[in-house]
Design a protein around this ligand. Structure first.
Ligand code: COA
Length: 337
């Protein structure tokens, strides 16, 4: 980022669909139990969108709240991180922008699965740094309930729906809220570990009941154990690198990590040397909300008082791609909407 100009977080908004599905609810329809899900993941419940809702509906709610929190009624661009766009084509962001009354601003989607929000932040920060925008709305929104196999207990136990957003504005690098160091990475050799096998150009078949050759599989699949190991290793390495790059010799005040699994969160915190009680945790109430995970956790940590203005904050995420990322900042005085 050029000296003297930084992207600064100045608003935060979130939205969760009202319907809550508890572990006990899941155990009515799947061979699972509250005890299994809580002890293996830390998750107690998740929010699930009604069938009439699409990702844009969640994104509009969170985006509108972020703009209200920032006290702005216009932005120059909308970046929407999502793996569950309303339709495969076109991108969902232009629809979100127009529904928010933002006119003909630049609007596009970013797909980096559970790291999407951090990739979106980096994209928005880049637009501001190069002078292409003064204000950018970055939204992370996903409705994973629409891509899960209803019979797959290992994914249905984990994922929930939700949306979160921030407004970035041009400012100074030494302000609270200025985005600091970024580390972004990927490893496509692990692309099969988190995957929707069918429905893309590699395997366009969409109807699992009418297989052309073999079985089409339109559902989200995850190799849980490998993903677990990779998540711990990648987030730990990325978090350490970011702290070194920004020159922090002591642990951050607060860690907001992607809310995948409480055991993953604690493993990363232990390795990076961050106290477990300095970690934001809301997965017990919302599960893994993919691209919405980081902004939902930021809002939760702010409202609970864990994350306060001036705190040194480290954000880190990992997900399908494989893709991961981290970012540092000093938390600003924002009131989540
Ligand atoms: N309820 C009950 N049993 C379940 C279950 C559930 N919800 N989900 C999986 N199991 C079963 C499996 O079927 C398996 O049974 P088997 O031994 O009879 O085959 C058994 O539990 C062990 O499965 P395994 O996958 O080895 O369990 P695990 O301890 O690794 O936990 C996850 C499974 C999914 C919770 C864990 O791997 C995980 O959290 N991985 C990371 C997932 C993640 O965070 N993804 C998002 C990253 S962005």
């Amino acid at each position: 980022m050029s000296a003297g100009r930084a992207a600064v977080v100045c608003g935060l908004g979130t939205w969760l669909p009202p319907r809550v599905v508890t572990n006990d609810d899941l155990s009515q329809v799947l061979d699972t139990s509250d005890e299994w899900i809580r002890s293996r993941t830390g998750i107690g419940q998740r929010h699930v969108a009604d069938p009439t809702m699409a990702t844009s509906d969640l994104a509009v709610e969170a985006g509108g709240r972020a703009m209200k929190s920032a006290e702005v009624d216009s932005v120059d661009a909308v970046v929407l991180a999502t793996t569950t766009p309303d339709r495969p084509c076109p991108a969902t962001a232009p629809l979100v922008a127009s529904r928010l009354g933002l006119g003909t601003v630049a609007a596009f989607d970013v797909v980096a699965v559970c790291t999407g929000f951090l990739y979106g932040l980096a994209t928005g920060a880049g637009m501001i740094a190069t002078g292409g925008a003064e204000r950018v709305l970055v939204i992370g929104a996903d409705t994973f309930s629409t891509i899960l196999d209803p019979h797959d207990r290992s994914t249905r136990a984990i994922f929930g729906d939700g949306a979160g957003a921030v407004v970035l504005r041009a400012g100074q690098p030494d302000e609270d809220g200025a985005l600091g160091a970024f580390d972004l990475g990927s490893d496509g050799t692990g692309s099969e570990l988190i995957v929707i096998p069918s429905g893309g150009s590699r395997d366009p078949r969409r109807d699992p009941d009418r297989p052309a050759e073999g079985d089409a599989d339109p559902y989200f699949r995850m190799a849980g154990k490998s993903v677990f190991r990779n998540a711990v290793e990648r987030m730990t390495a990325s978090a350490r690198k970011t702290m070194t790059d920004v020159g922090w010799s002591t642990p951050p005040d607060v860690l907001v990590a992607h809310q995948a699994n409480l055991r993953i969160l604690h493993a990363v915190a232990d390795r990076v040397g961050i106290a477990r009680d300095a970690c934001a945790v809301n997965l017990d109430r919302v599960g893994n909300t993919a691209a919405a995970s980081i902004p939902l956790a930021l809002a939760d940590a702010t409202l609970s008082g864990l994350l306060r203005p001036g705190h040194r904050l480290l954000m880190t995420a990992f997900g399908g791609g494989l893709a991961w990322g981290s970012c540092t900042m000093r938390w600003p005085a924002v009131t989540p909407g």
